[in-house]
Design a protein around this ligand. Structure first.
Ligand code: FRU
Length: 470
């Protein structure tokens, strides 16, 4: 029988079978399989010497657990990084050209007592020809030595077609280093982004990602995604993004330097990474669904840490003529909700529909139990909707009691009377998308009971949308 603490093992979100999980790593699609590696400590349910765990999926919802991919070595613990398919064998590490040639880039982090740095972080490479089951660590690791930067980590590598070179974006303290390489092994620094832009707090700019998206009008923009472990609005960990241009060596932000675009307005959306090589040029991403403020204390027993649902990113031009990121749940999520909802649906459900609000009207949505997780959407004036999120925690841990409960309000500019709303609840993992997916709020909850008791009230209208048939 599962203990009360296992109540919160989600049904359609990824969780490790046991042990601790944080960031998604090495997201790569190869030979029909979605690979997800992740920051993993198998010996305990708190953060420890990092390994890369490994899971494989055909649909991004059901996952098969694979053996640990990378374990600590004399260069350090296996911190976050990325993976790519070296189809053309540009690295020369493989015997032939093949879709199966996988290369992983990771940070080796040496807890160091004999250097002036807290941890000594270098970049390393490993490669595999058997779908990531066995990895060969490159003999001449590290491929990038530490340039005397205390936080030098989380390499994300991708191919830049116009210049025919590989690009690596990487944490450079509180900015992002941009490197390039022709052979995937020798890297040259080309620029550094962000020292004067976006949000800065006491933490480093972690887990960067950089990718292009093309809007419906044919315009392509580059999105730079950056996590900050603490000091964000929610508060705690948060993920910001920039929209701009990239010439293969330098990223230029379109917006004003002091403008901050948050990817999510909840507390549990961090270390966002997108898949390399996803089919149909889609940009599919996933995030760690927790927050460093309380990640080590959340109320689970046999495992700790889950991922968000996979999301597809797209670029849209908003009413005020600015490009903005749109998120939607990956298409297979709907299919699985429809399949599982009628039967095995305790604690797993979706609220999907349209929220219609005149000035002064509001809609209140209660999930699970009265006065448990609650969202209120209120039209303040012709342009603004306020979204209030209340939460309740009924636990005993001191850190959770101090850090976890949080009520907050976000105001969004939106002139539309009618807005799409989608909330997916999976045993206490709650993800909300609003206003064409331009507003996202991702939250963990630990309610006493997880029975579905959705209650929608208020003076505004809520039009429930029937699900597509299977
Ligand atoms: C982000 C992070 C990364 C680092 C990893 C260590 O959550 O701090 O910067 O590589 O976690 O587990």
């Amino acid at each position: 029988m599962s203990s009360k603490n296992d109540l919160y093992r989600p049904a359609i979100h990824f969780s490790p079978a046991f042990g601790w999980l944080n960031d998604p790593n090495g997201l790569v699609y190869s030979e029909g399989q979605w690979h997800m590696f992740y920051q993993y400590y198998p010996m305990d349910t708190v953060w420890g010497p990092m390994h890369w765990g490994h899971a494989v999926s055909q649909n991004l919802v059901t996952w098969q657990h694979y053996p640990i991919a990378l374990a600590p070595d004399e260069l350090g613990n296996m911190f976050s990084g990325s993976a790519i398919v070296d189809k053309a064998n540009t690295s020369g590490l493989f015997e032939k050209e093949s879709e199966a040639n996988l290369v992983a880039y990771y940070t080796a982090s040496l807890p160091s007592s004999d250097t002036s740095l807290a941890d000594y972080q270098t970049q390393c490479l490993a490669y595999s020809v058997d779908q990531g089951l066995n990895w060969i660590k490159y003999e001449q690791n590290p491929i990038l030595n530490n340039p005397k930067i205390e936080c030098f980590r989380d390499p994300k590598v991708f191919w830049f077609e116009q210049a025919k070179h590989w690009v690596m974006v990487i944490t450079h303290g509180q900015s992002i280093g941009i490197y390039y390489s022709k052979n995937m092994v020798d890297w040259e620094l080309s620029s550094d982004f962000g020292a004067e832009e976006g949000h800065h707090s006491n933490g480093p700019w972690e887990c960067p990602d950089l990718f292009p998206l093309t809007a419906q009008n044919g315009v392509t923009k580059w999105i730079m995604v950056v996590g900050i472990g603490d000091g964000c609005y929610a508060p705690g960990s948060g993920t910001q993004y920039f929209i701009g241009d990239f010439d293969g060596k330098k990223f230029t932000n379109d917006g004003p330097a002091d403008k901050v675009l948050w990817m999510d307005y909840g507390r549990d959306y961090y270390a966002t990474q997108s898949w390399f090589n996803a089919p149909d040029n889609k940009r599919i991403a996933i995030s760690w669904m927790s927050n460093w403020r309380y990640a080590r204390q959340t109320e689970t027993k046999t495992f700790r840490g889950i991922m968000t649902l996979p999301r597809e990113f797209s670029l849209i031009l908003n009413e005020s003529g600015h490009y903005i990121l749109r998120q939607s749940f990956y298409e297979s999520v709907s299919y699985f909700l429809n399949e599982t909802m009628p039967n095995d649906n305790v604690g797993v459900f979706r609220v999907k529909g349209k929220v219609m609000l005149e000035i002064g009207e509001e809609i209140e949505i209660n999930l699970f139990e009265e006065d448990c997780p609650q969202f209120i959407f209120k039209r303040l004036d012709a342009k603004t909707i306020s979204i209030i999120n209340n939460r309740l925690y009924l636990g005993s841990d001191k850190v959770m009691e101090d850090e976890f409960p949080h009520n907050y309000t976000s105001n969004i500019t939106n002139e539309k009377f009618e807005n799409d709303l989608e909330i997916i609840v999976d045993k206490g993992a709650v993800e909300l998308l609003f206003a064409d997916g331009t507003f996202s709020m991702t939250q963990l909850y630990f309610p006493d009971k997880i029975e579905n008791k959705i209650q929608i009230t208020g003076s505004g209208q809520f039009l429930s949308i029937a699900e597509d048939s299977k």
